[in-house]
Write a protein that binds this ligand. Sequence first.
Ligand SMILES: [Zn+2]
Length: 47
Amino acid sequence: MSYCCYYCDKEARSAHSITVYSNNGTEERFEVLCGSCYADWLLSLKG
Ligand SMILES: [Zn+2]
């Protein structure tokens, strides 16, 4: 089973699942990121 990256839409070999919140913060869903996008996402969390 393969996943497509939420950000770059490429197939993610090593899938990292994240929780994405909507703008108002009341809804959340799970998305899958590839390794490089996951690293970027972690950096964005740190600000
Ligand atoms: Zn990606």
